[in-house]
Design a protein around this ligand. Sequence first.
Ligand SMILES: Cc1cc2nc3c(=O)[nH]c(=O)nc-3n(C[C@H](O)[C@H](O)[C@H](O)COP(=O)(O)O)c2cc1C
Length: 416
Amino acid sequence: MDKKNGQLRMVSRRSVLGGLAVLPAAAAYALDAAQSPSQLFLRDAPPITSADQVLNVMEFEALARTALPPAHFGYIATGTDDDRTVARNHDAYLHYEIRAHRFVDVSGVTAERTVFGAKWPSPIYLSAVSGQRAFHPDAELGTAQAARSRSMQMMLSCVASTPVEPVIQARGAPIWQQLYPTDDWNVTEGVVRRAERAGATAIVLTVDSQVGRGYTRNNETLARAMRIDNRTCTDCHVNNSHDPVHRAPMFEGLDVSHVDALAPPNITPQYLDRLRKLVTVKFMVKGVVEGEDAALAVNHGVDGVIVSNHGGRNEETLRATLDCLPGVAAAVGKRVPVLLDGGVRRGTDVFKAIALGATGVGIGRPQVWGLAAFGQSGVERVIDLLNRELLQIMRQAGTPTLADIKPTHVMASTWR
Ligand SMILES: Cc1cc2nc3c(=O)[nH]c(=O)nc-3n(C[C@H](O)[C@H](O)[C@H](O)COP(=O)(O)O)c2cc1C
């Protein structure tokens, strides 16, 4: 029997080798041992022409790069300094392994989560991404329609190309309004009141963007991309302008003549108190990375904390948000939801963030890669892929609900 099997193997191997002369493609696969089969098939695959052909979120990055002019792709991609914090946000997920448990009934697996009384199909939400008209003509309306068709929570950027009212209409449900408070309180107040009037159910104060007059973010990747992109393309920018500070649609009708910066340099506890008094809906802070800051914000009345470093765009701390999460979650101690964004590209990433204490998980770049590549259907595919992968790993790990995912379902990787 063994001998027969051995002969069979020999025969089949000889037939493969014999086929090499007439099948040059097969020869390439056999000889190029340095590359994985998956990379080889990717290299030779026919072009992707619709969103449903895309296999994973990272493939959308390459598609967006092809679809967009260099400066617009550079705007999405850029980090600050050497972009190492961008990379670490993503790579941090490789430092955790998932511990899968058998003998659990996972027939009713569900990733549903309730956040501020709203039922989400999964813990994933669309985080704020500014100026989406630079990525697709449908801009924020395309994203909102995708969010609607998939019942996803959407957070609208304060410097979006589309203001809050039509976005809420396209979403068909309340959104969260991200807030760059500006250094003029009257403008801050105007934006908050307008968003609340339109029906936003949360105001999300971004606290990791200290960009004032005379200070620029050191976005070198963007600067390089702009150097090789000499088009004049302001028509695809926010209100046909490179000046979101004064021309953002959310600032229309407000006197922005005194605004120098999208954030005052004094976001102190007193500032939180002042804003807390103004905001009548849920109030969150986005961009917290240390436990003591999270505890301070909760003590000053915020309803939620978002662990974020702006996708590594504003600071080169080298601290991945996933590594910041346990400290923040411990300091908050379940008093309010703790959300996280940064580097989430797989359902397994979402699983790990949930295990380490996140209530919800935001995506920034993936949604606009999808938008740039295929408009609404691209964003939908990004959402579907992540949700499907999350459910898959939940089944595999023996965790039928998000509440079943415990810190013990992940362990620090010992792999070298
Ligand atoms: C092109 C781009 C624009 C962004 N605009 C905003 C913004 O206007 N306000 C904000 O709070 N965060 C903004 N972010 C940060 C995201 O909300 C989110 O924190 C970050 O992208 C998460 O990391 P990820 O891109 O790795 O998913 C932006 C991110 C990108 C990529």
